[in-house]
Design a protein around this ligand. Structure first.
Ligand code: MN
Ligand code: MG
Length: 326
């Protein structure tokens, strides 16, 4: 018996990722009020622009801890209107994010004020309101994007996203959150929401996991859960964060499903781009459509720094700051 499928298609999708920006808009130490040029979203935005120019199709995602981290975060906390960090992220091209634990630091009213005018989806699947159990923010979304395949033809790709945040917010921000919201286990939340995201038409699913990478067996309410997230069926790629580390790279050891050279967790392509805008995460996904299903046939996970060190130890800036973000 033979089955006839529509012709195959292949699409290269470049996923660019930031995490733990913590209000670091420009290369400035906002506490000491002096230049700190080796970091900041403004320089990351130039890396984003260059990386987009090299790829036929791209998407820019953030992984949380954006609204807090320096005196500028304190200054704008609770203000109504478009939050300057969200404005800066939007100017950099960021298309979706999740809530990180620090985004709760100023309380729910301040967070809701910022969310009201957020120019992109802000997701979180494991925080619900006490009482009716409704989600605080949407758990997932699908970004429908027109992409170019290898033959130059247009394809429509529905990219599913899910956001996750450490449930430890219930301790760290108990005074703001106790009795008002409840935070559940990130893996349980992913296992509950990813099938629905697939059923709603997501061709691929990328997890925005504000959570680090930790070897060893799964723990209940685990803070660093990205390794176990990779085992949840239906997740194709992971943007990780919270740990303020770089993945792939030597900060992690191999083993237990972690491949710190290839940048995979249980063979799922993963990136963790540090913090404060020192690095851009680049996940290159080769997607192949067999019939109606898209699958990942190849991938590469890398990091790009905004600066490096010369032989004499001095900082060398690799890109300028983006005027759009400044
Ligand atoms: Mn952080
Ligand atoms: Mg965090």
């Amino acid at each position: 018996m033979t089955t006839e499928y529509p012709p195959c298609a292949s699409v290269k999708l470049r996923v660019l990722a930031t995490t733990d920006l913590h209000m670091q808009v420009r290369g400035w130490d906002y506490t000491a009020d002096r230049a700190a040029p080796g970091m900041g979203l403004a320089r990351i935005a130039s890396l984003i622009e260059a990386a987009r120019d090299e790829a036929p199709n791209s998407l820019v995602l953030d992984c949380g801890d954006h609204l807090q981290g320096n005196p500028m975060g304190d200054l704008f906390a609770g203000e109504s209107g478009l939050h300057p960090m969200f404005a800066a992220m939007h100017a950099a091209g960021i298309e979706a994010t999740t809530l990180g634990n620090h985004d709760f630091n100023y309380g729910l009213e301040a967070l809701e004020n910022a969310l009201e005018t957020a120019p992109f989806p802000v997701l979180c699947a494991n925080v619900v309101l006490t009482g009716d159990g409704a989600l605080l923010v949407p758990a997932t979304t699908i970004l429908e994007r027109r992409v170019r395949d290898a033959e130059g033809a247009e394809q429509v790709l529905r990219i599913g996203l899910i956001g996750l945040c450490p449930p430890q917010i219930m301790m760290w921000d108990a005074r703001h959150l106790s009795g008002r919201v409840e935070a559940g286990d990130m893996i349980d939340a992913a296992a509950a929401h990813v099938p629905a995201l697939r059923a709603a038409g997501a061709d691929i699913v990328i997890a925005l996991s504000h959570s680090g990478i930790e070897p060893g067996p799964r723990q209940p309410l685990q803070e660093q859960a990205s390794l176990h997230l990779a085992r949840v069926p239906g997740i194709d790629a992971i943007v990780a964060g919270h740990q303020h580390r770089l993945f792939p790279g030597p900060e992690f050891a191999a083993g237990d499903g972690i491949d710190h050279e290839a940048g995979t967790l249980h063979d799922v392509p993963t990136v963790m781009p540090g913090f404060w805008g020192t690095h851009l995460g680049v996940l290159d996904l080769d997607l192949v459509r067999d019939g109606n299903r898209w699958r990942i046939a190849g991938h590469e996970s890398t990091l790009r720094p905004v600066a490096d060190r010369t032989a004499d130890g001095s900082l060398r800036l690799l890109v300028p700051e983006s005027p759009a973000v400044l």
